[in-house]
Write a protein that binds this ligand. Sequence first.
Ligand code: IUR
Length: 429
Amino acid sequence: VSAELVAAIAAARDAATSPADVAAVVAASTDPTSSDAQLAAWLMAVRLRGLADAAAADLTAAMAASGETLAWPDGPAVVDKHSTGGVGDKTSLVLAPLLAALGYRVPMVSGRSLGLTGGTLDKLEAISGFDVHLDPPAARRALDDAGCFIAAASDRLAPADARLYRLRDVTATIDSVPLIAASILSKKLAAGVRHLVLDVKWGSGAFMGDFAAAERLAATLVALGSAAGMRCAAALCPMDEPLGRAVGNAAEVREALVVLGGSGGAVRDAAVALARRAARLAGDDLDDAAVARPLDDGRAYEAFARMCAAQNASDPAAVAVPAHRVDVSAPRAGRGRFDAHATALAAAALGATRTHPGGPVDVSASVDLHVADGDAVAAGDVIATVGCADATAAAHAAGLVAAAWREVGELWEPAPTVAAWIEPDSETP
Ligand code: IUR
């Protein structure tokens, strides 16, 4: 038990955290002999009392410096995107190679699925051979060869975050804006990212249920990221319906490949909007057509294929196929849409996500939606197909996808790709 931590806990309880308090907490986070009880008490104090901007900036910087850091000197701008997570959000699979094809370097460190949230690493592992573990020399080779990589954080990257995140998970302190922001940004800083677009979602399929909460998180991310020396902007994006037509690891890779091959739709729109802003952060004012060109002329697909090759997957289209499939039909004629949260429940029942950290995932688990937001259907039309390795799970999930269908009225309008942007100089709400 540490006296410094007692002082840090008292200061956090009294909303008076000093730089020395932050230093003590982060040092303890990487010391295996330090007390989980004390760290957990500190997290709860911050969850209840908040953290002043200066202390949150100190925390972000100290967590970023708590382990190994990567640097990518000499070369094109280093850009990245982080999303707070959504259902069917495979934007990273399109965006990283698109930005690479536009000439930027994208060292993307991603996570795995947990609960109802999908994970980019699990999606990529649906491609035969794809290796998400890159040591620093292999990561550098991938950036040189492909312009991008998408890899797991090593346990040496921002190790303070790993410990604090595990404790937040079991102490009901996940939902603290400064703790979320410091967690996300510390890993981006440690990975050497200089220009960061944030995709902050709200809605039934997002971590933040309402717009105001998403706006607060976005403003904190942009302010803290900017204070740490990254150029940042945040998109506020609705997440009441799955993004695009596919949910589940293999299905999402297949949809990403189609978008990388030049097809239109919500995923392309999201990737182009985010890529355009990333280019702007790096100092390049491109229009949508210029940003989208690599999707139409094959350069983005080529960058994806080169990234796969650099990560041990020789054929990007060698994607896991589900052994069992079940169709879902429309109960009635009319317009409709799929609810994001309810669709995520179906994907989870198929085994697309984990029930506990380190648990198994069925990478073949797929929900393919055959209609988009607000489409008209006839009674009995096949509106979705589910698939996975287990026939019983597929039949059960088909019922859950049927329950995710929401009929909408004639006046229904599909949601915008980006509802608002938060810039570094925006007013903090
Ligand atoms: N992703 C992170 O990296 N950190 C967090 O705290 C959350 C999501 I919530």
